[in-house]
Design a protein around this ligand. Structure first.
Ligand SMILES: [Zn+2]
Length: 457
């Protein structure tokens, strides 16, 4: 009878919606978001368009035309931002020779422009967050490296988001390291991002999350729907790198909707819209759109949490097209089709998420759900190294059919620690009927992504 009463209370509260535990708006995060400049984003997009083409196989020596001139300009911009922020932003080319492949006929040097803002917390385990946009562009024929390829929306907008975030965020200090990347070779098969991710993997870089911004500036859908109030976040449900044992566990726990990438997407959904007005995040339970890919995929393939940001409705007349007028219709990825206010809102979501993650404690580790006996309560166990001014944890709970966490119980760090490990029993809520997760909370009120527990005995 007692259990029934508790369950009833829970159901009543959970029916309110996903945002039951009011989220705390952090003043520094708000300040960063407020500094994002629409004018600067527009200036960057228009400057990138002016290189005529940024095709990966285009000229690299001309001072005004081609991908070489574009990357030199991006690097100079990053270096300017670094100077204004006291030199903490480290700017470098990541360059390599891509061997011949379907969209690259002969060995070609690919150059990513990378700006790194080192984390300042010494006892943090060098957590890294990566944000990217691709600066290469294309027209109808993927091998055409000469024609006017403005690539204003795809993906000068994503590149501008990354650069604007680097400009603003390099004036602040974060616990975690943030890597701002303008990537080449995306249109030729995710070549630039794949090599950078492989090098990071080889160097055992501790990447906790990666976001690619690709096509984030159009509000006029090819389906005649105008939508400037939403963006999409794509996240995979099951990681292709999962071992057989991990797959068995995913099936046994019903964890198909709780991959690390999906938790990162949920974090974006939870935090981003707090700092924007009339601008929401739509989660899409899919790695990417049909027939398309993006620079998050090579990261997924190496097991990293990685997601894609894209506008709500695309317009295919304005993507991957020769610039031309046909039967009165203008084709081509021209800057006049970019809505800069929209792109600025996407940048604000990025800034809110990256700043919150990088100022929050790292997530808990070894998160387990006790399955040693049949019971009607739920006991969780986890560890945390204590870094990041840890004050406690949120125990996140949702019904198995709910897409977002419905309840977040705060437990004080000192109240749940036993013999170096943390443990908490949620009374009256059965692990059989709900999903659980844990977030680490700092004394600044900011929290980590959610860690989904594995069964432990
Ligand atoms: Zn793209």
């Amino acid at each position: 009878m007692k259990i029934f009463v508790l369950s009833l209370i829970f159901f009543t509260l959970s029916s309110v919606g996903y945002a039951q535990t009011p989220e705390h708006k952090h003043p520094t995060v708000q300040e960063i978001v407020d500094e994002i400049s629409e004018d600067n984003i527009q200036r960057i997009v228009e400057r990138l368009v002016a290189f005529h083409t940024r095709h990966t196989l285009s000229d690299t020596t001309d001072p005004y035309v081609g991908i070489g001139a574009a990357r030199r300009w991006i690097k100079r911009e990053f270096e300017d931002y670094s100077r204004y922020s006291g030199g903490r932003l480290q700017v470098a080319y990541h360059r390599f020779i891509a061997e011949p492949q379907p969209r690259i006929p002969e060995p070609t040097e690919i150059v990513n422009v990378v700006a790194t803002l080192p984390g300042t917390l010494e006892d943090d385990d060098e957590r890294v967050y990566v944000i990217s946009g691709h600066y290469d562009s294309r027209v109808s024929d993927i091998m055409d490296a000469e024609s006017f390829a403005p690539g204003a929306n795809d993906d000068a907008t994503g590149t501008a988001v990354v650069m604007e975030l680097a400009r603003v965020m390099s004036n602040y200090e974060f616990d975690a390291t943030i890597v701002f990347m303008a990537v080449a070779g995306e249109e030729q098969g995710l070549v630039g991002a794949r090599q950078w991710a492989a090098d990071a993997y080889r160097d055992e870089m501790n990447i906790h999350g990666m976001i690619t911004n690709d096509i984030v500036g159009n509000i006029f859908g090819g389906n005649d729907v105008v939508d400037n109030t939403r963006m999409r976040v794509f996240s995979e449900g099951v990681n292709p790198n999962a071992t057989d044992e991990e797959l068995r566990q995913i099936v046994a726990t019903g964890g198909e909707n709780d991959s690390p990438s999906r938790q990162l997407a949920r974090y974006v959904h939870e935090i981003g819209p707090l700092y924007t007005t009339n601008f929401d995040v739509e989660m899409i339970y899919r790695r990417d759109r049909y027939l398309r890919g993006g620079d998050h995929i090579p990261f997924n393939e190496l097991g990293y949490p990685a997601i894609r940001f894209t506008e709500m409705y695309e317009n295919y007349n304005w993507q991957h097209q020769d610039v031309r007028i046909e039967e009165g219709i203008q084709y081509g990825d021209l800057p006049e089709f970019v809505d800069y206010e929209y792109t600025t809102n996407v940048a604000r979501i990025n800034a809110a998420v990256l700043a919150s993650l990088s100022l929050a404690p790292p997530p808990p580790t070894n998160v387990g759900i006790d399955v040693s006996r049949l019971e009607h309560d739920t006991t969780l166990r986890w560890e945390h190294d204590g870094s990041g001014n840890l004050s406690g944890f949120y125990i996140c709970i949702r019904e198995t059919t709910a897409s977002q966490w419905q309840r977040k119980l705060f437990v004080r760090e000192s109240g749940v620690k036993f013999n170096g490990e943390y443990s908490y029993t949620v009374k009256g809520i059965s692990k059989d009927n709900y999903f659980f997760g844990i977030q680490a909370v700092g004394d600044n009120g900011l929290h980590s992504v959610t860690m989904f527990p594995v069964p432990v005995r």
